[in-house]
Design a binder for this molecule. Structure first.
Ligand code: UDP
Length: 318
């Protein structure tokens, strides 16, 4: 019998890539999504295949899954600042109530559960790069607090289920990840810049562009999640991301360099509230536990993403 895995947020950017990976590895995949930020397009190719079931469902409600369950990946959540500012209460609910439902299900089924946490638990970090031992610098009542605190609650809840009920848990602290299936209009920097460059619109750099991020290509992230779930039983948070750090202004220049036909310029816009000034994962723990290290360079990952967004734009009437 194939192992059964439930993936929440299955129609999202990361969730859909995880559905693909576990399906290819021979798992029976059950996907849940309410399409609040995900899209059926991301999983359309899986419909009708054996070993794949999809349910349109809001995981903040009681989750009933008939039969046994070996693993749960809780990836349902808005992940782009623009999205979680637009739907702040849903963001809090899926991180808090949705996590509670998933942990309850894991307990009932004796399943191992991996929760998608985030580098946002470090807030605007005062320690750089960020190791898992850093407790963070989060403004709980700021606009980003809805996401940061939901994910911090998620971690606390997971640890409580582990300590109290012995549930087998994994916590992935995921840093900025990019690649095909991000929504062009999700507001994050990479789809914004690529979409703008392809449409010959100005690239909108927030602030002076000196803030930094470290971008991980989606295939590397999926490999890290796969190994964290299956190659260890380590229950504490593990950073997953690419430690190659770049300023946002430099990132805009790289996007323009890779789209030489673009006539776009760079324009500066106000920096959003509580926008972290630096971000770079310390991934020594993931390397030690999982033998994992990102393989795809930013140049290569950007090229693959540009090809995807080009295709997307050419199929959408302007
Ligand atoms: N950003 C930008 N222009 C954009 C979108 C984002 O300069 O059009 C900046 C944003 O202010 C932040 C960084 O790019 O400093 C990454 O933003 P994103 O929304 O991708 O994710 P975050 O890492 O902030 O969660």
């Amino acid at each position: 019998m194939p192992k059964r895995i439930l993936i929440t947020g299955a129609a999202g950017f990361l969730g859909s890539h995880l559905c693909d990976r576990f399906w290819e590895e021979g798992f029976e995949v059950i996907g849940l999504d309410n399409f609040s930020t995900g899209s059926p397009d991301n999983i359309a190719h899986l419909f009708g295949r054996p070993r794949f079931t999809f349910l349109q469902y809001d995981v903040t409600n009681f989750i009933h899954v008939p039969g046994p369950l070996d693993y749960i990946l809780h990836f349902a959540s808005p992940a782009s600042p623009a999205d979680y500012l637009r739907i702040p209460i849903q963001t809090l609910k899926v991180g808090a109530l949705g996590t509670h439902k998933c942990l309850g299900l894991a307990r009932a089924k004796g399943a191992t559960i991996l929760l998608a946490s985030t580098s946002e638990v470090y807030g605007d970090p005062l320690v750089h790069p960020q190791p898992e031992s850093y407790w963070g610098n989060v403004n709980p009542i700021g606009l980003r607090g809805v996401y940061d605190e939901a994910k911090r609650f998620m971690e606390a809840m997971a640890m409580a289920y582990h300590r109290t009920h012995g549930v087998s848990i994994r916590i992935a602290r995921i840093f900025n990840t990019y690649g095909p299936r991000m929504r062009l209009d999700d507001g994050r920097v990479l789809p914004n810049f690529i979409g703008q460059a392809l449409r010959n619109e100005p690239l909108t750099v927030y602030g002076d562009g000196s803030q930094t991020r470290s971008f991980c290509y989606v295939d590397d992230l999926v490999e890290g999640i796969f190994r964290l779930l299956l190659h260890t039983d380590y229950p504490y948070p593990v950073n997953l991301g690419n430690p190659e750090e770049v300023s946002i202004l430099q990132f805009a220049r790289e996007v323009l360099e890779l789209i030489p036909t673009s006539r776009s310029t760079i324009e500066f816009r106000p920096l959003p509230e509580d926008d972290p000034k630096v971000r770079r994962p310390d991934i020594r723990l993931a390397h030690k536990l999982l033998g994992w290290y990102p393989q795809v360079s930013r140049r290569e990952g950007l090229q693959r993403s540009i090809a995807y967004f080009k295709e997307k734009l050419s199929s959408v009437p302007s």
